[in-house]
Design a protein around this ligand. Structure first.
Ligand SMILES: Cc1cc2nc3c(=O)[nH]c(=O)nc-3n(C[C@H](O)[C@H](O)[C@H](O)COP(=O)(O)OP(=O)(O)OC[C@H]3O[C@@H](n4cnc5c(N)ncnc54)[C@H](O)[C@@H]3O)c2cc1C
Length: 231
């Protein structure tokens, strides 16, 4: 993969430990072509990590969104507009292609920061303007950890069923949504006929992805109708 220098043009606090970074080529050259679901590889001080593109694929910048975790994210969280980092890609096989749906309804299932490629896919679907039926089931640790809450409200369209779940909610959160992990019962309650005419896109931490795949198989969803990415 060939690395190019990119300049940070925006840093946004999404939650207490999640930030989005917008990047443009430092030499003013064109942005690379990208497809919803792809990721880039970022390099900073000799450390490389992969990050899914979270912004629309036709935006005049690349956007990545990361949770503070360890070596790379600690460095990145200290960066500000004007700083440069190296970027290679995009790449990846966790792709959303509206034409490939062939009439199937997309169902997106995300856990935590796994919402990033799915946010990009939703932006692509809403930009199509068709307002076609789709569903997003998105689990976060708590109501305060929901990444892109406002962006999701802005992006949503009437035929998009949006189900937000949290692992835990305190009584004073006043949380009106689901509490608990995404399981078979939750999927069944928000996706009618889950095994018929649906195409699933699942992204999140590996244990969550494994549990969701188990639930989908238990609901009779054919494996070829499931795309997944876990990290
Ligand atoms: C295709 C792909 C797309 C991805 N997209 C995203 C994305 O959109 N957003 C995102 O946030 N991440 C994404 N990731 C994950 C990302 O690449 C990094 O793995 C993540 O940001 C952590 O990197 P880090 O260097 O900050 O943490 P690391 O230093 O790699 O640490 C990772 C974890 O290990 C723990 N750890 C580190 N050292 C030790 C130790 N000595 N003992 C015990 N525990 C330790 C840390 O606390 C942390 O929880 C993606 C990964 C892939 C493969």
């Amino acid at each position: 993969m060939e690395f190019r220098s990119f300049r940070l043009v925006g840093v946004t606090d999404e939650t207490a430990d999640v930030k989005s970074f917008r990047l443009v080529p430092a030499d003013g050259g064109p942005l690379p072509q990208r497809r919803p679901g792809q990721y880039i590889v970022a390099r900073l001080e000799g450390i490389e990590r992969s990050y899914s593109l979270s912004g629309p694929v036709d935006a005049p910048y690349l956007e990545i969104t990361m949770r503070l975790a360890g070596a790379f994210t600690r460095k990145m969280f200290g960066r500000k507009a004007g700083d440069e980092i190296l970027v290679a890609g995009p790449a990846g096989r966790f792709l959303f292609d509206e034409a490939a749906l062939k009439g199937d309804e997309p169902v997106f299932i995300a856990g935590g920061v796994g919402i990033t490629p799915i946010m990009c896919m939703l932006a692509c679907l809403s930009a199509g303007g068709a307002g076609a039926p789709a569903a997003l089931v998105y689990a976060s640790r708590s109501p305060k950890d929901i990444i892109f809450k406002e962006r999701l409200e802005r992006t949503r369209w009437p035929a998009l069923k949006l189900v937000l779940a949290v692992d835990k909610a305190a009584p004073d959160d006043g949380w009106p949504g689901h509490v608990g992990f995404i399981d078979k019962a939750l999927i069944e309650s928000c996706v009618p006929d889950p095994a018929k005419g649906k195409r699933y896109y699942v992204c999140g931490p590996p244990p969550m992805v494994a549990a969701v795949i188990g639930a989908l198989k238990g609901l009779g969803v054919p494996v070829q109708n499931i795309s997944l990415e876990g990290w």
